[in-house]
Design a protein around this ligand. Structure first.
Ligand code: EPU
Length: 417
C-alpha cells in the first residue's frame, strides 16, 4: 500500500501535460484483439489499468511491445481462453473482453468485472445487447459464459445511455452478420475514439458521438491505428487545481470541445482562464461564488469530475447544491472533506456545500479513484500536511501524478505504507 503526503498551499507555475484518456485506452486495448493483424495505439497513458489490460492480452497470447507511450499489439498467436477471475475482477474495463471475444470467437468466458465501488454497476444492458444479437449467456459462480453459433445484427435500445454497454455492443457487432443499430447510445468522446480505431481496422461504424449508432458487420478486421484522445477528466482536475493555486499555470493538450460543460460551469464560479488552441492558461481566482451542479451523461457535467469539483465548491462563497445522478455511491469523499474543515451537508446523492471554508491537513482515504482526486485537490489547498492512503485508486487514473505536480511547484510525495 502506498500513501501520498502533500504539503498544501503551494503556488503552481509551469506546464502540466495531459495524457491519453483512461476511459478510451481501457476499451482500445481489448478492441485490439479484433484485428487479424497488428494494431498501434499512440498516446497511451502511464496508468496501472493499462498494465492490467496488457496482462490480460498477454494471457490470451497477444504479443505486446510497449515503449514510451506507444503500444503495438500483434494478434497472430492469439487463442481464446477464459479471462481469469483475478484479472476480470481487478478492473472495470475487463468487461470489454466480453464483446471483443464474443465477436471474434463467438465465445467469451469471464467473471464479473471489478472497478471502483461507486454503485451497484450492473451489466444487464451489455448482456441484453449480446442476447439480442443471438448470444446465450450462462452465469455460474459470478462467471459469465457467453456463446453464439452466429452473431447477427439487431436493433438495440439502451434504457440508459451507458458508456460501457455502447462500446461493448459496438465490439460485438463489428463482425456480426448484418446491421446493428444502437438507440440511445452514449455520446462520450471515448466512444468516438473506439469507433475510429475499429473503422481503421475496416469496421463500418457510423454515428459514433451521436445517440444513434449503426454498425454494418464485416467479415474480418485488419491492421488498426489510433491515437488516444486527451484525458478530459485529468485536464478538468488540473484546471480546478489551477483555479485554486495557479500562477500562470498551463494545462497543455486539451480538446476544448470535450470540456464545454466543465469550462462553462467553472466560469460561472468566477474562475478566470483563457484557452488558446490546446492550452489552458489559468491563475488562482480572486473570488469564487457558489454554483449548483448536477452530473449528467455527456455532454453534461461528467460524473468523474463531480467529486473534485465538490472540493472546489468548498472554496466558493455561498451555498452550492451538488447532485450526483449517475452512481448511487459517489459521495464517500464528503466525510473526509468535512474532517478537513469543509461544511457539507449530505442527503442521499446530493450535497449542500457551504463556503468558503479553510481546509486543514488530515489523514484521509481515497475511497475510489475520483474520491482520491477530490482528496488530492483538498490536500493541495489545505493548511498543513495531508496524508492520503489507498492511493492505488488514484494511480489507476492519473498518470505520473506526483511528477506532474512536483514539476509545477507542488510539495507532494509518494511513500510506502
Ligand atoms: N448501468 C446499468 N446497466 C448496465 C450498464 C450501466 O444499469 O448494463 C448504469 C450504471 O449502474 C450507472 C449508469 O448506468 O448508474 C452509467 O454507467 P455506464 O455504463 O455509463 O458506466 P461504465 O461504463 O460502467 C464508464 C467509465 C466510468 C464513468 C462512466 C460514465 C470505464 C471503464 N468507466 O463506466 O469511469 O464514470 O463510464 O462516464 O470507462 C472513472 O473513470 O472514475 C469511472 C468510474
Amino acid at each position: 500500500m502506498k500513501k501520498l503526503i502533500i504539503e498544501g498551499k503551494k503556488e503552481l507555475t509551469g506546464t502540466i501535460k495531459i495524457g491519453g484518456a483512461k476511459n478510451s485506452v481501457v476499451a482500445l486495448l481489448p478492441a485490439a484483439i479484433l484485428s487479424n493483424g497488428k494494431s498501434v495505439i499512440y498516446n497511451v497513458p502511464n496508468i496501472s489499468d493499462v498494465d492490467k489490460l496488457n496482462e490480460m492480452l498477454k494471457s490470451l497470447g497477444a504479443d505486446i511491445k510497449y515503449e514510451n507511450d506507444v503500444i503495438e499489439i500483434d494478434t497472430k498467436n492469439l487463442k481464446n481462453q477464459a479471462i481469469s477471475k483475478e484479472h476480470s475482477s481487478s478492473i472495470r474495463a475487463s468487461y470489454y473482453f466480453m464483446g471483443a471475444l464474443l465477436s471474434k470467437y463467438h465465445r467469451a468466458v469471464i467473471s464479473y468485472p471489478g472497478g471502483c465501488t461507486i454503485g451497484s454497476r450492473p451489466i444487464d444492458f451489455h448482456i441484453n445487447g449480446f442476447k439480442k444479437m443471438g448470444a446465450t449467456v450462462k452465469i455460474r459462480d459470478n462467471t459469465y459464459t457467453i456463446t453464439a453459433k452466429k452473431l447477427h445484427g439487431a436493433d438495440i435500445y439502451l434504457d440508459f445511455a451507458s458508456v460501457g454497454a455502447t462500446i461493448n455492443i459496438m465490439l460485438a457487432a463489428v463482425l456480426a452478420d448484418g446491421k446493428t443499430h444502437i438507440w440511445n447510445a452514449a455520446r462520450e468522446p471515448e466512444i468516438v475514439n473506439v469507433a475510429s480505431f475499429l473503422n481503421s481496422m475496416g469496421a463500418k461504424i457510423k454515428g459514433a458521438g451521436t445517440n444513434s449508432i449503426t454498425i454494418e458487420g464485416v467479415k474480418e478486421l485488419n491492421n488498426g491505428i489510433v491515437e488516444v484522445i486527451p484525458d478530459r477528466i485529468e485536464a478538468g482536475t488540473y484546471l480546478m487545481i489551477g483555479i485554486l493555486l495557479g500562477k500562470d499555470l498551463i494545462i497543455d493538450g486539451v480538446i476544448k470541445e470535450h470540456l464545454e460543460s466543465v469550462i462553462t460551469k467553472l466560469k460561472e464560479t468566477g474562475a478566470e482562464f483563457t484557452i488558446k488552441g490546446s492550452k489552458i492558461y489559468v491563475s488562482k481566482a480572486k473570488h469564487l461564488t457558489a454554483v449548483n451542479l448536477k452530473t449528467l451523461v455527456y455532454p453534461g457535467f461528467p460524473t468523474d469530475l463531480g467529486q473534485p469539483m465538490s472540493t472546489l465548491l468548498t472554496q466558493c462563497e455561498g451555498e452550492s447544491l451538488f447532485e450526483e445522478t449517475i452512481y448511487e455511491n459517489r459521495m464517500r469523499h464528503v466525510k473526509h472533506l468535512n474532517d478537513m474543515g469543509a461544511k457539507i451537508h449530505l442527503f442521499d446523492n446530493s450535497a449542500i456545500i457551504t463556503g468558503k471554508t479553510e481546509l486543514y491537513g488530515e489523514e484521509v482515504i481515497a475511497t475510489d479513484l475520483r474520491a482520491g482526486a477530490a482528496m488530492l485537490v483538498a490536500g493541495m489547498i489545505a493548511e498543513g500536511t495531508t496524508t492520503i492512503s489507498n492511493i492505488e485508486h488514484i494511480l489507476r487514473g492519473y498518470e505520473n501524478v506526483v511528477d506532474k505536480l512536483t514539476k509545477v511547484g507542488a510539495k507532494i510525495e509518494l511513500v510506502d505504507d
